[in-house]
Structure formats: structure tokens, C-alpha cells
Design a protein around this ligand. Structure first.
Ligand SMILES: NC(=O)c1ccc[n+]([C@@H]2O[C@H](COP(=O)([O-])OP(=O)(O)OC[C@H]3O[C@@H](n4cnc5c(N)ncnc54)[C@H](O)[C@@H]3O)[C@@H](O)[C@H]2O)c1
Length: 346
């Protein structure tokens, strides 16, 4: 494996699996803007990346990672970034077997192929692998924090269990060059969908609250919205990837938290902040935009719902090993996301 990737080296091709998704589409654009690389992209979906389909540096394959032939093609490239996954909470309960196939079986097959070909696999895991953290839990440290999940009956943990098993598999697989990314609630334009318009089911909280605001419906605070999260701009996430690309061996065999610890809010606080940002975008008083409503987790998501009450990343390792620190404040990230959402769907 090359120790570092030169950004101006036009002989490099990076495989981006899930390039049509929220994070993938931002990373794809940034690679074209900041490097001379070519990209081999795979996704089931391409609506977010239409503008790149004619780019001569881009080869797009509309295909399923479940297909072994597709896996073989991806593993021919020296760097493979895997973002493909089913990752909306609404599906963890209703489709847990499919969620496990997507978050364990598919990446496992890709890891086997990369171990054989010698590719560097940069795999997107999740901050959910830290499990059911309590309200008073401290910062989550990559190689130290202990992990407790909810019971099997709480099918919400299907996603986190599969992601964690994949991490363990990558770490245990002989000959694999790997890096694991654990995102802490990335937000930005193109996140998820508006239900009934370009997707069905329940999107993650940013798209959920944005949809409610645009439609003039109440923002639903699941179990009172007391859980806390550190929302992180997708642009910081993209910058992290460039730190990893440039870091070579320092990022190998490492899992990294990628989050903005300064952006911690409860979900109830997030709802208020989004209401006030949306009112400012619309030029109206806050009283004129949707209010909030408390709802139980089971009522909202269905049977098997569970949650972790705080997810605060330790950000020391990413700074120490690859020189990354998130910079974008929550309000700036929300202004960008909501402006985009209101324009795109409004
Ligand atoms: N966005 C976040 O805050 C966040 C948080 C934790 C973890 N992650 C992880 O980061 C990765 C990317 O997340 P995202 O927010 O961009 O999600 P996303 O749903 O927007 O993107 C995932 C993409 O993968 C594609 N895909 C899914 N299954 C596929 C398959 N079998 N074959 C080919 N393509 C397939 C989808 O079509 C989609 O375009 C995922 O692994 C997710 O679990 C993201």
C-alpha cells in the first residue's frame, strides 16, 4: 500500500461505494474539486450526483454491493471507501435482518476481497457502536470505552450490533489494510429525504424536523427529546477524509470518532434552534413556525425502540494521529442545511 496519497496524482482511482448517498455525494464533489484523482463509484441510487455523471474522471456503476461480481470490481482499486448501508433508524426495527445483511454481510464480503487484493478499505461504521450510553456518560474514547447494548427484543440495536461486528471482523482479518470511521450525527444538504416525496418511512432527525417545519407540522420530540447528540457538519466530515487520505500509515488499523464535541445539544434544544433558524430564513416570528409535540418512542418508531441518552465523542485521537479537528458551529451547519431543505423541497 502507498504510504500517502498525492492529491495531484492523476493515476490514482478511488472506489467510492455508496457515492450517491448523503456523505458520498459531498465526498465525491470534494474529490473532484481538491484532487486530480479518478473515482469509480457504486450505488443503487444516483439522484444526488447527477451533475457528476458526465465527468470523464468518474465511472458510475449502478449496482448492488450484495453482488459478488460488483465486490470483485471494487476491490481492484487501491483505495476503497465504503459508505453503503441501510442507516435510517426507522428501518432498524422493521427490517432488522436486512439491516444486518447491509451492515455486516456486505462489508464483510468487501473486506475479504480487499484483503486479497491489498486495497486500503476505509469503512464507515457509526457512533452507535458505543451502545446504550447513559445521560451522565463521559466522552467516548475509541480504544477504551466499554460497550453495552440493549436486549435482543429491542431490535433498534440491530444496526449497531452489525456495525460493531464488522469493525471486529476488519480488525481480525489477516492482511487487510483498514481504517474505520465512526460518524457522530453528520448534518448538511442532501441528508435523507422528505417522506412521501423522495423516500418513505422515517428519516434521521435533521430531515425529520426540516420536513415538519416546511410542512407546518409539529416537531415530534421522541420521549421528550432529552437525548443529547453532537451534530457535526458534513463539510467537517469531508475534511476528516482528506486528513486520512494524506496521513498514510498513521490511519491504518485505527478506528476514529468524527464529531464536533462543541456542538452538543439535546434533541429538544435542537428542535428549538431549528425553529428559530427556520423563522429567520422565512423572515417570520418564531411563533409563526411549527411547534413541538412530545411522543413516545414506541408510538413513533414502533416496537423494539430504544435509545442512548448521550453521545459525546473524544476527539483527541483524530487530532493526534491525522491532524483533524471539526470547526463548523452547529448554528452555521443548521442554517446551511435548512436553507437547502427549504429551497429544495419548499
Ligand atoms: N450521516 C451520518 O450522520 C452517519 C452516522 C453514523 C453512521 N453513518 C454511516 O455512514 C455511511 C453513509 O451514511 P449516509 O448518511 O451517507 O447514508 P445514505 O443512506 O445517505 O447513503 C448510503 C448510500 O448507500 C447506498 N446503498 C445502500 N445499500 C447499498 C447496496 N447494497 N449497494 C449499493 N449501494 C447501496 C444507498 O443507495 C445510499 O445512496 C453509512 O455506512 C452510515 O451507516 C452515517
Amino acid at each position: 500500500m502507498n504510504s500517502t496519497l498525492e492529491f495531484n496524482d492523476s493515476s490514482i482511482t478511488v472506489a467510492l461505494v455508496g457515492c450517491g448517498g448523503f456523505i458520498g455525494s459531498h465526498l465525491l464533489r470534494a474529490i473532484f474539486e481538491r484532487t486530480s484523482w479518478r473515482v469509480f463509484g457504486v450505488d443503487l441510487d444516483s439522484y444526488r450526483i447527477q451533475e457528476h455523471l458526465a465527468n470523464p474522471r468518474f465511472e458510475f456503476l449502478s449496482a448492488d454491493l450484495a453482488d459478488p461480481e460488483v465486490v470483485k470490481r471494487i476491490a481492484q482499486y487501491p483505495v476503497v471507501v465504503n459508505l453503503a448501508a441501510i442507516c435510517t433508524p426507522g428501518r432498524y426495527m422493521a427490517e432488522s435482518a436486512e439491516v444486518i445483511r447491509s451492515n455486516y454481510d456486505h462489508p464483510r464480503a468487501l473486506a475479504d476481497a480487499c484483503a486479497q487484493s491489498g486495497s486500503w478499505l476505509i469503512h464507515f461504521s457509526t457512533s452507535e457502536i458505543y451502545g446504550k450510553t447513559a445521560a451522565n456518560s463521559g466522552a467516548l474514547v475509541e480504544d477504551e470505552s466499554e460497550i453495552v447494548f440493549g436486549p435482543v427484543a429491542a431490535s433498534r440495536w440491530s444496526y449497531a450490533t452489525a456495525k460493531l461486528l464488522t469493525e471486529r471482523y476488519l480488525a481480525g482479518l489477516d492482511g487487510l489494510h483498514w481504517t474505520v470511521v465512526r460518524p457522530f450525527n453528520f448534518v448538511g444538504p442532501f441528508m435523507d429525504f422528505m417522506p412521501g416525496v423522495d423516500g418513505d418511512g422515517i428519516p434521521r432527525v435533521l430531515a425529520n424536523f426540516s420536513t415538519a417545519l416546511v410542512r407546518g407540522e409539529s416537531l415530534k420530540l421522541v420521549n421528550g427529546g432529552v437525548a443529547k447528540r453532537c451534530f457535526t457538519s458534513v463539510h467537517d466530515a469531508v475534511d476528516f477524509m482528506f486528513c486520512v487520505f494524506a496521513s498514510g500509515e498513521k490511519a491504518l488499523s485505527q478506528a476514529f470518532n468524527v464529531g464536533n464535541a462543541a456542538n452538543e445539544v439535546s434533541i429538544a434544544e435542537l428542535a428549538q434552534l431549528m425553529r428559530s433558524v427556520y423563522a429567520a430564513i422565512k423572515g417570520v416570528h418564531e411563533n409563526e413556525v411549527s411547534g413541538v409535540e412530545v411522543i413516545s418512542g414506541e408510538e413513533y418508531y414502533g416496537k423494539g425502540y430504544d435509545d442512548s441518552l448521550r453521545r459525546m465523542p473524544s476527539v483527541e485521537k483524530a487530532e493526534r494521529l491525522v491532524g483533524f479537528k471539526a470547526k463548523i458551529p452547529l448554528k452555521t451547519a443548521l442554517e446551511e442545511s435548512l436553507t437547502w431543505f427549504a429551497h429544495h423541497y419548499g
